[in-house]
Design a protein around this ligand. Structure first.
Ligand code: TYD
Length: 145
């Protein structure tokens, strides 16, 4: 898939009829990786900031299947804010991107798909370490092709 190393919005097909909507997410088809892990975040208060880490290996697709939230992605040299506001919309986030998830509505259920099983060792939870890893790997230009 093109732009594999860049954050991007994915609009999924809505297979709707009079019974309601259905969205299908298949690995390596609708998203740019095979799915190894699924988790979801709900019940976070509006003033909570989650995430606050980067991942050496994990790539993610975030989908607010209910409600809304925002995700701020930080490449070390620039940041971008994406509002997740529709159940048929996802955001693909490559590895080595610092992520903050926040502004959760009461009904927010944030579904997260990943290409990796959980391994706490591949999480970078120190922001200065993240910056030095990004600079070391890219000379300061994170995730450029
Ligand atoms: P944490 O990484 O703090 O969640 P967030 O996505 O908000 O940054 O994870 C919270 C707890 O859940 C922490 O103890 C680690 C555990 N956890 C797993 O065991 N497996 C997982 O896949 C994830 C995402 C978290």
């Amino acid at each position: 898939m093109k732009f594999k190393n860049k954050t991007r919005i994915i609009k999924f097909n809505q297979l709707g009829d009079e019974r309601g909507h259905l969205v299908v997410v298949e690995g390596n088809k609708d998203i740019p990786f095979e799915i190894e892990r699924v988790f979801y975040i709900y019940g976070s208060d509006n003033d909570v900031i989650r995430g606050q880490h980067a991942n050496r290996k994990s790539e993610f697709v975030l989908i607010n299947v209910s409600g809304k939230s925002k995700v701020k992605v930080d490449y070390g040299n620039y940041t971008e804010i994406i509002e997740l506001s529709e159940p048929h919309m996802g955001v693909y986030i490559p590895k080595m991107v610092w992520k903050d998830m926040y502004d959760f509505t009461k009904d927010s259920v944030l579904l997260v798909l990943s290409n990796q099983k959980y391994d706490s060792e591949e999480y970078v939870r120190d922001y200065d370490e993240f910056l030095s890893l990004v600079n070391q790997n890219t000379g300061g230009i994170a995730n450029e092709d």
